[in-house]
Design a protein around this ligand. Structure first.
Ligand code: HDD
Length: 705
């Protein structure tokens, strides 16, 4: 498919998109000029004193071009440096008047424009998308009352309880300072040294070692506001609230080996996926949910609701689904929009307020502060992507790169010269008033005792995992802690996670050459929270990708009937062959192989299909890459399908371990362990349906249990 130019998607009546239109500049069919608007006659040679002479100082075109180039990098984000963004809109399902006065949560017919940036945390800007890491999920709502940001992650808890520990955490996880190795991974000594010396990380580490940390797609992961906020209604009544994004396509992940290999095969795997989905009109959708607690319920739980290393289990505090966000427009320019977007959890609107969560309190400072260096001064709110659609009037002036031409003599308050304008307004007229929480206490540098239980929810998470998810967590620990050089740290990992779950600790020890735990361990927690297991997620084949392996002599009916069934169900199919270009079927019809075995790889697809055709199969059988393709898909528990002679090809691969259709199966299909096969199909539609069902299941773990 031809890659889109960006800026695709309906403009609609979106105020943000209209506002951006004022800044968009198209350069096609235009004359080349300097930044001063001077038309240029030549840009391939600098101005020299004689044909072979030195370049002249007066060459303003050379100086401008090189100077701009020399200065065109800005510091990358200190965390979440690698990310990818898109525009869209948000609509509430029903008025939330009872709970919050936030205007964008009142009217179901109102579409509030949004910009979302997904990110990894640890890697630098050029690192790979599929690293094991937390994913950032930051949403900017351009509301009529000003910008509101939910700066969340795809994991509902955090590593630390107090923001003052954030620099320590990040220094430990980033590449080690002496040699800047390793890139974009927590699998190294300094990170695990920090972990074993900071037991409050235990719960988050469980999530980080789980499949949540290697999502299949940004479109298939949850988002969480993590910190506890407040909803405040027009009567001034407040409730504690946690925010959730639930992907309509369900929560799906890669497997470790696949994620690591993808880092090489396609470092842009997630950004390409998001871009293509929007470009093709498969707009990603996320439902918005809130968990709410009455103020009287603050001390009702066996964890502190202000502790960011704890989540509120959905079984105790249900998630009320209140709206939906749709992402429908790619950016025009990555740097201008995705790189320069500036989020801050402190950007709120009336009806939304903060809690005393000590991590949140620190975050409220850090984000504005970091933009000052990253975006070079205090006027970053005037960069197009950051501009609110609400009007801005205040007495702030000057600073680097001020864009607005602020008129008048008044830049202070109170004033007579401008009749005390711009004027602060009362709460009733939309003025923001902080929730008047009563606070008293002595100054103290201490952690609340109610924050001291580090392990119970880590056990709860472990208990909630399916057999497969547990196996993946153990595998992740083997890789991560196994990559640590220091034996003492390795042992401490085993000992720390013995507090969470003795069985887990024993399994970790087995894999990393450490001693099994010597103490009894465990927390005694036996409860589970089914909502956190991905086993219970939505299954859908929509937007999945299938590789169709075929060569000259393929069976036209077997290929086209199945590809049609797939595309009708919103699944895309690429024909992969030994060479790109047209291939001819056994009955002389042509179709195009869009990919070959150098440009395609099983890692890039959710499923594989091998149609019949004796010559085609003979050709594939000679191709080691074709067999490896199926083996790799089989290894990663992906769906595999084959028809007629294609079934014989499967027999030469690892998929041959599964019971396949027999030569005389007379049109019946057989399907087991995620491998669907048919011979002499009487009903291609039924075969297509079976294939789609298996694609929706996604991974067929039973193969490797
Ligand atoms: Fe943060 C960026 C999410 C704790 C300091 N953070 C950043 C981004 C996300 C989060 C999604 C990327 C925004 C973008 O796409 O531009 N951060 C979180 C979550 C946290 C969290 C969910 C825990 C609940 N962060 C956290 C703490 C601090 C920071 C405790 C500092 C005390 N975060 C920053 C930052 C960043 C940032 C340094 C880097 C770039 C930026 O802000 O704009 O200020």
């Amino acid at each position: 498919m031809q890659q889109g130019q960006g800026g695709s998607g309906p403009a609609g009546n979106d105020k943000k998109i209209q506002q951006l239109e004022n800044f968009r500049t198209a350069h096609n069919n235009q004359t080349l000029t300097t930044n001063m608007g001077l038309k240029l006659s030549h840009t391939d040679d600098s101005l020299k004193a004689g044909e072979r002479g030195p370049t002249l100082m007066e060459d303003f075109h050379f100086r401008e071009k090189i100077t701009h180039f020399d200065h065109e990098r800005i510091p990358e984000r200190v965390v979440h440096a690698r990310g990818f963004g898109a525009y869209g809109y948000f609509q509430v399902y029903q008025p939330m008047t009872e709970y919050t006065k936030a205007k964008f949560l009142q009217d179901p017919s109102l579409k509030t424009p949004v910009f979302v940036r997904f990110s990894t945390v640890v890697g630098s800007r050029g690192s790979a998308d599929t690293a094991r890491d937390v994913r950032g999920f930051a949403t900017k709502f351009y509301t009529e009352e000003g910008n509101y940001d939910i700066v969340g992650n795809n994991i509902p808890v955090f590593f630390i309880q107090d923001a003052i520990k954030f620099p320590d955490l990040i220094h430990a996880v980033k590449p080690e300072p002496h040699n800047e190795v390793p890139q974009a991974t927590s699998a190294h000594d300094t990170f695990w040294d920090f972990v074993v010396n900071t037991p409050e990380t235990a719960h988050m580490i469980m999530w980080l070692m789980s499949d949540r940390a290697i999502p299949r797609s940004f479109r298939m992961m949850e988002g969480f506001g993590v910190n506890t906020f407040r909803f405040v209604n027009a009567k001034g009544k407040a409730r504690f609230v946690k925010f959730h994004w639930k992907p309509v396509l369900g929560v799906h992940s890669l497997v470790r080996d696949e994620a690591q290999k993808l880092s090489g095969k396609d470092p842009d795997f997630h950004r390409r996926d998001l871009w293509d989905a929007i470009d093709q009109g498969n707009y990603p959708e996320f439902e918005f949910g809130v968990q709410m607690l009455e103020e009287e319920q603050e001390f009702k739980f066996d964890f502190d609701i202000l502790d960011p290393t704890k989540f509120w289990p959905e079984e105790l505090v249900p998630v009320k689904i209140i709206g939906k966000m749709t992402l429908n427009r790619n950016v025009d320019n990555f740097f201008a929009e995705t790189e320069q977007v500036a989020f801050c959890p402190g950007n709120v609107v009336p009806g939304i307020d903060f809690s005393n969560d000590p991590l949140l309190q620190g975050r409220l400072f850090s984000y504005q502060d970091t933009q000052l260096i990253r975006l070079g001064g205090p006027n970053f709110h005037q960069i197009p992507v950051n501009r609110p659609v609400a009007p801005i009037h205040n007495n702030q002036r000057d600073g680097y790169h001020r864009m607005s031409v602020d008129q008048g003599v008044v830049s202070y308050f109170p004033n007579m010269l401008q009749q005390n304008t711009p004027t602060p307004v009362a709460e009733g007229a939309g003025g923001y008033v902080h929730y008047a929480e009563k606070v008293e206490g002595r100054k103290i540098r201490e952690r609340s005792k109610s924050f001291q239980d580090f392990f119970s929810q880590a056990t709860l998470f472990w208990n909630s995992m399916s057999v497969v998810e547990k196996a993946h967590i153990i595998d992740a620990f083997h890789f991560e802690a196994g990559s640590v050089q220091d034996k003492q740290i390795k042992q401490r990992v085993v000992d720390m996670f013995n507090y969470v779950a003795p069985e887990l600790a024993r399994q970790i020890a087995l894999g990393i050459g450490a001693n099994p735990p010597s103490e009894q361990g465990g927390t005694g927690v036996t409860a589970a929270s089914p909502a956190v297991s991905q086993q219970n997620t939505i299954q859908s084949p929509k937007t999945r990708k299938v590789a169709v392996l075929a060569a000259n002599g393929f069976c036209y009916t077997g290929l086209t009937q199945v590809v049609t069934a797939l595309t009708n169900a919103g699944v895309s199919a690429d024909i992969v062959s030994s060479r790109m270009g047209m291939i001819t079927s056994s009955d002389g019809k042509q179709t195009e192989a869009a990919k070959d075995f150098t440009t395609a790889d099983a890692l890039l697809y959710d499923a594989v299909y091998v149609p019949g055709g004796i010559e085609s199969i003979q050709e594939l059988a000679k191709t080691l890459d074709a067999r490896n393709f199926v083996n790799e898909a089989f290894k990663h528990d992906k769906t595999i399908a084959a028809a007629d002679d294609g079934v014989d090809f499967l027999k030469t691969s690892d998929a041959g371990k599964v019971q396949l259709a027999q030569p005389d199966s007379g049109g019946k299909l057989s399907s087991g362990l995620g491998v669907a096969t048919v011979r002499g199909a009487a009903d291609w539609a039924a075969f297509g349906e079976e294939f789609l069902k298996l694609i929706a299941i996604d991974r067929h773990w039973a193969r490797h249990l």
